[in-house]
Design a binder for this molecule. Sequence first.
Ligand code: PMP
Length: 459
Amino acid sequence: MNTQMSLNDLSGVVEADRAHIWHHLTQHKPFETTEPRIIVRGDGMRVWDQKGKEHLDGVSGGVWTVNVGYGRERIANAVRDQLIQMNYFAQSAGSVPGSRFAERLISKMPGMSRVFYVNSGSEANEKVFKIIRQISHKHHGGKKHKILYRERDYHGSTLATMSAGGQYERNAQYGPFAPGFVKVPHCLEYRAQVETENYGEWAANQIEEVILREGPDTVGGLCLEPITAGGGVITPPEGYWQRVQEICRKYEVLLHIDEVVCGIGRTGTWFGYQNYGVEPDFVTMAKGVASGYAAIACMVTKEPVFEMFKTDPNDPMDHFRDISTFGGCTAGPAAAIENMAIIEEEGLLENTVTMGERLMGNLRALQDKHGVIGDVRGRGLFCGAELVADRASREPAPEKLVQAVVADCMAQGVIIGATNRSIPGFNNTLCLSPALIATPDDIDALTDAIDGALGRVFA
Ligand code: PMP
């Protein structure tokens, strides 16, 4: 077969997809009668499918990834040049773009100092779990090994990250899971479990209760998303993060913030946690690091953690005995350097704040118009609208209707998302996360599409 086929030649592509591709998160039965969608081209905020149909992408490549938009030749050229110069060597040796990107990244993360390269968010999170376990073995006789995670949070698709996974839909039918992972309650004020003046503090105190129940000398780490993404676009309530930080310090629990979605600009700051004045011990990131132009993820920590592994050079067992083969690919950091430069040079953090405010404003106006919108949440270009069957009781809108809204937008040429079933019955939050380059017209086109869809679906 000619491997140099034109990028515009689509002959046989749908047939090959039907015959050989197992799509992610997809039930394939409908493809017996319908065509799978194949995305052929992208430019800026827009993508085109195999039928030539244009779509406005309201979800940055489906899963909060393409932060700087499609078709960036500058990134492609940097990756090409780097691959010709030096494509790969295991990360037991360093690389030029690896060093340069790490330096730039750390300059955006006061307090942090070390970058460990891997190739997916799941893997980055697993590295933290392993480091916490190793610290427990080195310093606490293996006892301080438990890792706390939160209901509705997601940290990856591997079995260890699913053991720290707070979403019903992702986990059902894949157990048993790894021991030593303990769940704490979510912090979604709209679905508060109690009536209290200070819900943020109450929700954080639930974490303390779990630590006390399990025994502080057994709990080594706490893993949280800064804003829960797929579990419902859950922005933290007032005071939550300050109290979480206090609790972690009090019980010497290492704080791991999963920035796989929020990292690299999504909320209008480089990292989501930077909105809340928290000082984590570990930060993991993936999707937006190179906006999907290359596969790269990072586990970042600070010097005191790193120093714990710089001990006796004669002890072959004392360092972090971990490798990720493709953490040595230079395409990732080469792309990430350009990605970060684009965000800075084009003022995309500032744009994210301004366009995020516009998006929230538009969604609030839709909430005034459509009784089905129960709650609107978000920060920067990361917003959600929770749909309810009844505003007073807050009963979630039926999933079929939520999916019908997404499908109606798709028919209009606008791609939006819906969160997944983090709790049975709760698949009811529309999700918007356009690229950080969005213009006022793009934002209005997204919310206009939702306006029309809600009117038709809930007529
Ligand atoms: N953490 C969060 C918060 C995520 O949303 C995801 C992916 N959706 C992951 C981790 C896992 O990342 P990956 O798919 O790259 O393994």
